[in-house]
Design a protein around this ligand. Structure first.
Ligand SMILES: [Zn+2]
Ligand SMILES: [Zn+2]
Length: 349
C-alpha cells in the first residue's frame, strides 16, 4: 500500500510503498477513505510521544470500510463503514469494565502505538470494543472530521462540562477542537464567548454560533482576557474550556468562571513545558470545579452521531481543506506555522 512514512523524528516524511497490514486476531484492517490531519500528528513526528518508534506512519482520525477481520472478532464484517475513537481501549482493565474506555489503562492508538491512517489501510485492535458503525447517510470525510477533536469537544462540553441551555460558555482557543466546542455549546442552547488571537478563527467561531468574540491580542497584562470574559457574561462563565493548552489559556479559563463554575481542560499541557500556576484560592473561594477531558469511548458515539445525522451538529463545516497523500508531508511539516483555521482532511486515493 501507499503510505506517508518518516524514518527519523523531524526528518521529512515521504510517500512510499510499504507492506499491507494484516488483521490481528482481535482486530480489523480498515480501508481508509478519509483521515484528518491533527496537531497531535505534528507532535508525534517531532518526537514528543514516547510510544512512537520510527519508521512510522502517523494519522489517527479516520473513517473507512472494514477490509479484513481477525478470527476472534465477532461484531464486524468486511464492508462495514466505521470510525474509531483516538483512544482505542483494551476492554478488560478496571477503567474499561466501568465503561470509561477513554481512560483505558492499556490504550492503543493508530498513528502512535502502531502505524496510522495516512495510508491506504490501517489496523484497529480490539475491534469489538473500539469500532463505531457509521450511519448510512454520514459521508467518510464528515465522519473523519469527528476525529479526536469533535468527539473530544463533545465529551468536554456535554459530558464533562454538563452544559445547560441558557448558560454562558467560554472557549479559549478556536482551533479545530475549540471551534467544535463552540458549535456544540451553541447547539445545546448555551451563549458562547469565543477567545482567540486569529481574526479568521473568530470569524469561524461567529459563524458556528458564538455570541461574543474576543480578540485575545487586544488585551495585555495578566488577567485582562479573563476580566473581559467576566464582563461579557455578567459575572463569569458557568463553563469554560481551555481548548488550546497553554499556561495562559488554562489560567484565563479558570479565572473566567463565576462562582460554582466548571473548567474543563481539553488542550494538552505537556509536563516538559512546566505546570501552569493555577489560582487555587479561587477554586476554594468560588467552589470551582476543574475537570479533564480525554477523547470519548466508542459506546458514547451514538448520541453524537444522532445529532450529526439530524443536522444539529455539522462537523463537515469545519473542513476547510481536502488533500491527497502526496500533499501530507508538506502539510504535516508546516503545521507549527499559523493555522488556516478549520480542519484539513486527507483522502488517500
Ligand atoms: Zn482498558
Ligand atoms: Zn487528533
Amino acid at each position: 500500500m501507499r503510505a506517508v512514512i518518516f524514518d527519523e523524528f523531524g526528518a521529512r516524511p515521504e510517500v512510499r510503498e510499504v507492506p499491507d497490514p494484516v488483521a490481528p486476531p482481535d482486530g480489523v484492517v480498515i480501508r481508509v477513505e478519509a483521515t484528518g490531519l491533527c496537531r497531535s500528528d505534528w507532535h508525534g513526528w517531532q518526537g514528543h510521544d514516547p510510544d512512537i518508534r520510527p519508521p512510522h506512519i502517523p494519522g489517527h482520525e479516520f473513517a473507512g470500510v472494514v477490509a479484513a477481520v481477525g478470527a476472534g472478532v465477532r461484531g464486524w464484517r468486511p464492508g462495514d463503514r466505521v470510525t474509531a475513537p483516538f483512544v482505542c481501549a483494551c476492554g478488560q482493565c478496571p477503567a474499561c469494565l466501568a465503561g470509561d474506555q477513554q481512560v483505558c489503562e492499556r490504550q492503543t492508538q493508530p498513528g502512535f502505538t502502531h502505524w496510522g491512517s495516512f495510508a491506504e489501510y490501517v489496523v484497529v485492535r480490539q475491534a469489538d470494543v473500539n469500532l463505531v458503525r457509521l450511519p448510512d447517510d454520514l459521508d467518510h470525510p464528515t465522519a473523519a472530521a469527528l476525529g479526536c477533536r469533535f468527539a473530544t469537544a463533545f465529551r468536554a462540553v456535554v459530558g464533562q462540562g454538563r452544559v445547560a441551555a441558557g448558560e454562558w460558555v467560554a472557549v479559549h482557543g478556536c482551533g479545530g477542537v475549540g471551534l467544535s466546542a463552540v458549535m456544540i455549546a451553541a447547539a445545546c442552547g448555551a451563549r458562547v464567548v469565543a477567545v482567540d488571537i486569529a481574526p479568521g478563527a473568530l470569524d469561524l467561531a461567529r459563524r458556528f454560533g458564538a455570541t461574543v468574540c474576543l480578540d485575545g491580542g487586544e488585551f495585555s497584562g495578566p488577567g485582562a482576557v479573563a476580566a473581559a470574559v467576566r464582563e461579557a457574561t455578567g459575572g463569569g462563565a458557568h463553563l469554560s474550556l481551555d481548548a488550546l493548552g497553554s499556561h495562559a489559556t488554562c489560567v484565563a479559563s479558570v479565572e473566567s468562571l463565576r462562582r460554582r463554575g466548571r473548567h474543563v481542560q481539553v488542550g494538552l499541557l505537556p509536563v516538559a513545558q512546566g505546570r501552569p500556576a493555577l489560582p487555587m484560592e479561587l477554586v476554594i473561594a468560588y467552589e470551582l470545579e476543574l475537570r479533564g477531558s480525554h477523547g470519548m469511548a466508542a459506546h458514547a458515539y451514538p448520541e453524537l452521531l444522532r445529532l450529526v445525522t439530524a443536522g444539529v451538529l455539522r462537523p463537515g463545516e469545519l473542513i476547510t481543506r481536502t488533500i491527497g497523500l502526496d500533499a501530507v508531508p508538506e502539510a504535516l511539516t508546516t503545521m507549527d506555522g499559523p493555522g488556516a483555521g478549520g480542519m484539513c482532511i486527507v483522502v488517500p486515493r
